[in-house]
Design a protein around this ligand. Structure first.
Ligand SMILES: [Zn+2]
Length: 215
């Protein structure tokens, strides 16, 4: 997990989209918006994939979904003004977005700007995860706990279930995968990446079709 940089986007377009989100009568301006909002969503996804190195912005696990979820950190239903705000958008895995965060509202107190707003969990662009979360097994990043009693760290671990066995196993798998890939060259590296990606996509599909209770 690392602090992310907000992808640079044309601020004139962002401001225009903000006006649109606040004034439109459209029922679902995010899902069925005008052409500039569609272009914005497409471009932002590309930029976020690069900035996030294809990792979930909340749990840090690899993103294998063909179309990763674009999550609104502050839910778009409650904060229309931030519906198209780059700092409020992050790519997240299926588990974090759909199973765990759902419509959770992390805003504690609204500030005069987005940056001055207080969030209850570690914000991917504003906070530095290592200030709030500690990994007791050092570089392996497996065992997780809040740092120096950080409430933000605690909330992040709780909301995204980061200390559970399942999620720890996922982090371990990711580390092993990175380690394997690091030692391979050229074609072999690509073959392994592709094979793992295909397998993960299958698993995501199966999980989406047959959710287990507690998933
Ligand atoms: Zn995640």
């Amino acid at each position: 997990m690392k602090k992310l940089k907000v992808p640079a986007y044309d601020w004139r377009v962002v401001k225009e989209l903000k006006r649109y989100a606040l004034t439109t009568k459209a029922k679902d301006p995010w899902g069925h918006g005008k052409s500039s909002s569609k272009a914005f969503k497409r471009e932002m996804t590309k930029l976020m994939l690069v900035e996030q190195s294809k990792r979930c912005g909340y749990c840090g696990c690899r993103l294998f979904e063909k179309r990763p979820h674009r999550d609104h950190i502050a839910p778009k239903e409650d904060y229309q003004q931030w519906m198209f705000w780059p700092e409020n958008l992050v790519l997240s895995c299926f588990t974090c977005n759909t199973d765990l965060k759902k419509s959770f509202d992390p805003v504690v107190t609204m500030g005069s700007t987005y940056r001055l707003t207080e969030f209850s969990f570690v914000h991917p662009y504003i906070d530095t995860p290592t200030d709030h979360i500690d990994f007791t097994s050092g570089d392996l990043e497996l065992i997780i706990q809040e740092k120096n009693g950080s409430l933000k760290g605690k909330k992040t671990i709780e909301i995204f279930d980061l200390a559970s066995v399942e999620r720890s196993k996922q982090r371990a798998k990711d580390i092993m995968h990175d380690d394997d890939v690091e030692h391979l060259q050229g074609d072999y590296r690509e073959l392994l990446e592709n094979a793992i990606e295909a397998l993960q996509k299958k698993l995501v599909k199966v999980k989406a079709r047959f959710p287990r209770p507690g998933d």
